[in-house]
Design a protein around this ligand. Structure first.
Ligand code: ZN
Length: 368
């Protein structure tokens, strides 16, 4: 069989009205004038001007000639659509464009369907076991995104915060945090502690590692181990990604969907709408409990007496009646609602603790 070097070839199958057995295999030969299908069972030639192209449901391309309707030629080689000879024919170019547009439209539809299905499944699952699904979603958020989010939150809040640069306070503080971080060990986060002038005895952990610590905390926490306890709790909020969890759970289905399809910019844009919530940190009972539990492990690993956190909470509780007048402590306690419950939980941890002595002294830490 003579081979024409100008012909382009594509593997194909064809059916003919006489072939009751179905299809025959062969090849398509293209040149500047015609489309030919050649096989052992026969061949057909279609002038390019008459060639009709359609896409079949099975992702094949169908070629036929309205004047020789007994032949249908199929190929699944998508490259044929961009063939040089096809591109030079206006009539064919238009058909190809339509086929590609259809395919694009179908793909979009299919993607949308997949997302909807995922979403419906997720919504169902979320309803059944929100904790598990949430964690799954949170795990999908890259730590780098989380850090950027925390940074932009800090930048936003900067105007309202009065950062304190007190060398003496910073030295005390640094000694406690350095020691504590040894117990935290290696994580994906770098912790940065920011002292701000605010009399409320409180601290806020932002996603990604920034922890804002009010000077009021130092007034309330009379011993370094109390301070260490509170900071360990905040660090646990960071490492367990509670900020993300809270944002995703309060943000609702829209954000969930965004999480699946967004790049970082889209993600930040989506979550920053709800991010102010993070500065009024109302974590759920469950997350507070988890943070206490993890904080306990950090403290013990750092050889710090883990009772400091409960001691601090008790102090807050006891100061409550007097402080209700000012509303300051009230705010603190309402942002960590089940204080009593936490105290009980921490007491039970101490009861079950295998180690009850031999903790380090943090700067003349005598405790109460
Ligand atoms: Zn907390």
């Amino acid at each position: 069989m003579p081979v024409n070097p100008h012909e382009h070839r594509y593997a194909a199958t064809a059916s003919h009205s006489s072939l009751y057995e179905g299809e025959v295999s062969g090849e398509i030969l293209l040149d500047s004038q015609s489309f030919r299908f050649r096989s052992e069972a026969g061949e057909v030639e279609i002038p390019l001007d008459r060639l009709q192209i359609e896409r079949t449901g099975t992702d094949q391309f169908l070629f036929y000639d309205p004047e020789q309707t007994d032949w249908s030629v199929y190929t699944s080689e998508p490259g044929i659509l961009s063939d040089y000879y096809f591109k030079r024919r206006n009539s064919i170019r238009l058909q190809v464009r339509e086929i590609l547009a259809q395919r694009e439209g179908l793909r979009t539809l299919r993607l949308a369907a997949v997302f909807l299905a995922c979403f419906a499944a997720l919504a169902g699952l979320a309803w059944m076991s929100s904790g598990w699904v949430l964690q799954f979603l949170v795990n999908r958020v890259p730590v780098a995104w989380e850090k950027n989010l925390g940074q932009s939150l800090l930048d936003e809040a900067r105007e309202d915060l009065h950062f304190v640069h007190d060398p003496k306070l910073s030295a005390t503080f640094g000694a406690v945090t350095n020691h504590l971080l040894r117990g935290v060990g290696k994580t994906d986060y770098q912790f940065r502690f920011h002292l701000v002038a605010d009399p409320t005895p409180n601290a806020h952990a932002l996603p990604g590692g920034h922890v804002i610590v009010n000077t009021g905390l130092f007034e309330m926490a009379s011993s370094p181990r109390e301070l260490a306890g509170v900071l360990a709790h905040e660090i646990a909020h960071v490492t367990q990604r509670h900020g993300m969890r809270k944002m995703i759970s309060t943000a609702g289905p829209y954000y969930v969907l965004r999480l699946f399809i967004s790049d970082q910019a889209g993600f930040l844009a989506a979550v920053s709408e709800g991010s102010q919530l993070l500065l009024q940190q109302n974590f759920s009972r469950e997350l507070e409990r988890e943070a206490d539990q993890i904080a306990w492990q950090y403290l013990v690993a750092a050889s710090i007496d883990p009772r400091g956190l409960a001691e601090f909470l008790r102090k807050c509780r006891d100061a409550m009646p007097a402080a209700q007048v000012t509303g300051r402590l009230n705010r603190l306690l309402s942002s960590h609602p089940p204080t009593e419950e936490r105290i009980r939980h921490l007491a039970s941890l101490w009861q079950a603790a295998p180690r009850k002595s031999g903790f380090v002294e943090l700067l003349n830490d005598t405790g109460p």
